[in-house]
Design a protein around this ligand. Sequence first.
Ligand SMILES: NC(=O)C1=CN([C@@H]2O[C@H](COP(=O)(O)OP(=O)(O)OC[C@H]3O[C@@H](n4cnc5c(N)ncnc54)[C@H](OP(=O)(O)O)[C@@H]3O)[C@@H](O)[C@H]2O)C=CC1
Ligand SMILES: O=C1OC[C@@H](O)[C@H](O)[C@H]1O
Length: 378
Amino acid sequence: MVYNARWGILATGGIAKTFVKDLLKDPSARNASDITHTVTAVASSSSSSRAQDFITELSIPGNPKAYGSYDELVNDPDVDVIYVATPHSHHYQNARLALEAGKHVLCEKAFTVNAAQTKILVDLARKKGLFLMEAVWTRYFPLSVQVRDIIKKGEEIGEVVRVQADLSIGTPEGFDVASRMVNLDLAGGALLDLGIYSLTWVFQTLYHTLPPSQRKPPSSIQSSMVKYPATGADEDTTILLTFPTTTPNNDRRTSHAVAMAAFAVDSHPKGTPSVRIQGTKGEIQIIGPAYRPVKYRLVPQDEAKQIKEVECEFPAGGHGMYWEADEVARCLRDGKLESEGMPWEESIVIMEVMDEVRKQNGLVYPEKIESVEYPVAL
Ligand SMILES: NC(=O)C1=CN([C@@H]2O[C@H](COP(=O)(O)OP(=O)(O)OC[C@H]3O[C@@H](n4cnc5c(N)ncnc54)[C@H](OP(=O)(O)O)[C@@H]3O)[C@@H](O)[C@H]2O)C=CC1
Ligand SMILES: O=C1OC[C@@H](O)[C@H](O)[C@H]1O
């Protein structure tokens, strides 16, 4: 029996378009025969005509409804799951709106502005028996799954002791002060927008590859930030993490990780690796931006062994967001409240790391968006 997920799209900006284009790709092109996706409604906070324009521009089939408010969307009985695609500042309010209305939620990264907000969403989802997931799409790439498997097996690169991960987007010209990239009212800045991907690579290699009972948060977090002069948002953030030894007999080494994010420099010019996962027998290099890797390179230390390169294919010319969408559909079909690939607990630990980094560097967002109060009009 094929399960069809009925999506409601909350907001009509850049990533909502990219996500819906992927949802509309034929799942069989990526060998997914057990699930399908339908977009049953789209909402824009600006107007229903903007939602209709979105539907028309993307040629969404099936005559989806176009709403001029998020409230109408979350109350539509023909919607199973809401995709929240607003700026970071709005995730807590918007995801909570959907959960309160009894809808499952896939919420864009960074999950919320702070860990306290994430914890409330998680508690609510648990209490109401609803699915909730931070949309860290990169984790669902077949490439990410393969890299995690290599690390878990421990044969090819041995034990991982160091990870360097960088997502920096090479925009030295900067951004307009109103842009969500640097606007504090929208929780802009490199850490929440880009650093989350560097931390994703750190966590999916050093933390997620361990059995759940052995996953321990970093024992030390050190960081430094450069602020964007015009707004005070962070434009360049570097984090140094130490992960403790966690095996029962202490036979695993302590690991270090450096997670970086910046606007002015480029993390991966001309095919240089954006991520290096360094083990005792060799390393894995991730080629392409940390959010959308295009290849991994396995470099064994042993001179006698060959370097191996594996490309990531994007079936049907997709962006790569369909893999996370498929995971959501399967979780709904199976009655799961959270995805094993991006567990609630791990989202919370990562949000706590970002909270600490902001604390160390005095980066505070306006009270209204740091608040856990609900509802708050933003
Ligand atoms: N997974 C990925 O690869 C990517 C994820 N993202 C994430 O997606 C989210 C949205 O980013 P992106 O699509 O680039 O942003 P955009 O600015 O392009 O779109 C955001 C949309 O949110 C809605 N919105 C509601 N309130 C506001 C407000 N006060 N100010 C601005 N927009 C508002 C608007 O839609 P409407 O008027 O219809 O309500 C707007 O179009 C962010 O969390 C970002 O981190 C972004 C890029 C890539
Ligand atoms: O998620 C993202 O990935 C790509 C980046 O360019 C964008 O700013 C960010 O939101």
